[in-house]
Design a protein around this ligand. Structure first.
Ligand SMILES: [Zn+2]
Ligand SMILES: [Zn+2]
Length: 86
């Protein structure tokens, strides 16, 4: 996605919030914690693979998965704040 920073910021802040894996109010667009690519949530699961770098991460808390794609979410599972691209 070729968006400039201000546009990206607007998308991150104004995107729809949805319930993912029983956690409500999760932004439907996140910036990949690995490569910063904008990722729209499409699945029911919080474990999403980045379309750009293939890194898996948790859409709710933004913890990166390990090399085998296993998430290491901390409990309690809290929604990471809306990101601001830099
Ligand atoms: Zn990525
Ligand atoms: Zn998580």
């Amino acid at each position: 996605m070729n968006t400039d920073v201000s546009e990206f910021s607007t998308i991150l802040q104004n995107c729809q919030k949805k319930t993912i894996s029983n956690v409500s109010n999760v932004p439907s667009v996140r910036s990949c914690p690995n490569c910063k690519e904008a990722i729209e949530h499409v699945d029911a699961c919080h474990n999403m693979g980045c379309v750009n770098c293939n890194r898996h991460f948790c859409f709710i808390c933004l913890e990166k998965a390990d090399d085998r794609g296993n998430l290491k979410c901390r409990q309690p599972h809290t929604v990471a704040p809306v990101q601001t691209p830099t």
